[in-house]
Design a protein around this ligand. Structure first.
Ligand code: ZN
Length: 317
């Protein structure tokens, strides 16, 4: 594996400051996060080379363990019915926001559950997915039209989609501006882009929890929550799947550079399965679950920055 030094993909500066040492590990090497002194963007530097990064998604374990830091109670594919039901609600909400049913492309369509939920509501759908395991599942099990590979190689005509979705994708890419450029070309004028990114690592929440260090109530939080908060020193932090860490400012800046107009931006926090699906919970577990519900409410009201951010943007035209 080669490593590559990169500069800030949001503002173009090469002025990295230390942010978090040894955040990730891959094949015996550890990887650090740095923060751009000019714009505050956080990223892995140096990062593994492109071939190594792409190869990480060939690993079948990505969809049983890697995708959720090992805290989901079932593998991704076993969550079929749960995810189809959840995405039906999300597509319904999308129809209220941008209209539809219409034609939709999902970049990073994984096992295809989101686009399948959209198809069942009358949308015309396509997917692009890097993981061979996930792409095959969506094609063979769900009968979807999914292109396995990089978006730039996908054979779609320009301006052929009304809506493009990239849910938890941009943080995995080496050149998100180029990805947004490809999506711009595929969207019809006036079409909408939905982007969801995690923003926790580049947030005051992570910095506060990290800086608490030994004052953190580790026993009360338990190993799963510590791992989810990326604060478990005995866990190697996993492979560097997320090589970019956005916050609201850097994501909106990048979308602006790609020519998009902002429609809406809303923060929230993912609900950890070990707290929200458990049959029984300890008193500490109940307390944590309540904390997540309260945080999520405050984030959705815009009173706190989110641990993830969902942005709807529009291609002018
Ligand atoms: Zn920067």
């Amino acid at each position: 594996m080669q490593t590559v030094h990169t500069w800030c993909v949001v503002c173009g500066s090469d002025d990295p400051r230390p942010y978090q040492r040894s955040m990730y590990a891959l094949r015996g090497r550890s990887f650090d996060l740095v923060r751009c002194a000019a714009c505050g963007f956080v990223y892995v530097d140096p990062r593994p080379d492109g071939e190594t990064l792409e190869g990480m998604y060939d690993d079948e374990d990505y969809y049983t363990e890697g995708y959720n830091l090992g805290v989901e109670t079932e593998s991704y594919f076993e969550r079929r019915e749960e995810l189809l039901a959840q995405y039906d609600g999300e597509v319904e909400a999308l129809e209220r926001e941008v209209g539809g049913p219409a034609s939709l492309l999902e970049l990073g369509s994984a096992g295809g559950f989101f686009i399948e939920a959209a198809r069942r509501r009358g949308w015309s759908v396509r997917g692009v997915e890097l993981s061979p395991v996930a792409a095959s599942f969506s094609i063979e099990e769900l009968g979807l039209e999914v292109f396995e590979g990089q978006l730039e190689l996908a054979p779609f005509p320009p301006e052929s989609f009304d809506v493009c979705v990239a849910d938890n994708v941009l943080e995995h890419t080496t050149d998100p501006l180029a990805v947004l450029g490809d999506l711009t070309r595929l969207l019809r004028p006036g079409g909408h882009l939905v982007v969801v990114v995690p923003t926790y690592v580049n947030s005051a929440f992570f910095r506060a929890a990290r800086d608490l260090g030994r004052w953190l109530p580790r026993r009360l939080l338990g190993p799963k929550t510590l791992r989810l908060l990326k604060l478990d020193p005995s866990h190697d932090g996993g492979a560097p799947y997320h090589i970019l860490e956005f916050d609201r400012g850097t994501l909106l800046r990048l979308l602006g550079r790609a020519g998009f107009e902002l429609v809406s931006a809303r923060g929230s926090v993912p609900r950890p399965a070990h707290l929200f699906k458990a049959a029984t919970l300890s008193p500490a577990g109940h307390l944590q679950r309540l904390a997540f519900v309260v945080l999520d409410g405050l984030m959705r009201l815009g009173l706190l920055p989110g641990a993830r951010l969902r942005v709807v943007a529009r291609k002018p035209g």
